[in-house]
Design a protein around this ligand. Structure first.
Ligand code: GLN
Length: 252
């Protein structure tokens, strides 16, 4: 099957090798006999609901976020319709912040967000930097860990009742206070975790790919993907997780 990815603002929002997440989707899809078709979506590209199975957006400095924010907010209706239609989304750090209602920079300038995730972000004085370890339960009863790297000034506040992506085992997470990281609404996942994220967390890559395949086939239930060896990925995860534990940070 051909899995269609819409990569939002790859020329602006791509730091800490975030682009590497696309390579992981491509390899893991190919190892199951699927093909990945990636459309780079910039300022002039319109979102056509149904045209993509998964949208991806990476992180970026305040400067790059300010350059794309209004253009991305103008794509809000298309993105919301696409998600209502069952498309999946992975958003990392600066991209994650812009999926909320707004990102307020340290200067007080407020960048408009897409409003796809029930949250807002306010930049603080001190950056939250280092390795992170989370405990997640995207599927009820199936607890897994996510390991990655964070570097952000933004403090993200989830609306009450909103579902975080995971509980912080070690690191700062959304705001260095709540003990939670990221946000998840159905097939939409937002996180502060760079790295890139997916090479050391293949289960999340497969979970998102399965959501994208379900959208492609019109299924409500995501298919179970054939497991892969993942020995190298497991090692990368273990190294990242042990660095996070060693580093400690607010919640070690
Ligand atoms: N500029 C945003 C912040 O500092 C996001 C940073 C990032 O994407 N790493 O919070």
């Amino acid at each position: 099957m051909k899995v269609r990815i819409g990569h939002l603002y790859p020329d602006y929002l791509n730091i800490y090798a975030d682009r590497g997440n696309i390579a992981v989707f491509a390899r893991r899809a190919a190892w199951r006999g699927h093909e990945l078709e990636v459309e780079e979506m910039g300022m002039d590209t319109r979102v056509a609901p149904g045209a993509h199975d998964l949208y991806y957006v990476g992180g970026g400095q305040d400067r790059e976020q300010a350059l794309v924010a209004r253009n991305m907010a103008a794509k809000a209706e298309g993105l919301k319709d696409a998600v209502v239609g069952g498309a999946a989304v992975l958003a990392v750090c600066g991209g994650y912040q812009l999926l909320g209602r707004f990102y307020r920079e340290r200067s007080g300038v407020e960048l408009p967000g897409v409003g796809l995730l029930p949250l807002h972000t306010v930049a603080g004085d001190r950056r939250m930097i280092g390795d992170v370890l989370l405990e997640c339960e995207l599927e009820p009863g199936r607890r897994r860990t996510l390991a990655g790297f964070e570097n952000h000034a933004g403090r993200t506040i989830l609306d009450s009742g909103a579902q975080p992506l995971g509980r912080v085992v070690s690191g700062f997470g959304n705001d260095g206070e709540s003990g939670f990281e990221g946000c998840r609404v159905g097939r939409v996942v937002g996180t502060y975790l760079h790295g890139p994220l997916l090479p050391r967390n293949p289960w999340l890559a497969d979970w998102l790919l399965a959501q994208a395949l379900a959208h492609r086939t019109g299924e409500t239930e995501a298919p179970e993907l054939e497991p892969l060896g993942d020995a190298l990925e497991a090692e990368a995860h273990a190294v990242s997780a042990s660095r996070a534990r060693a580093r400690g940070g607010r919640y070690s």
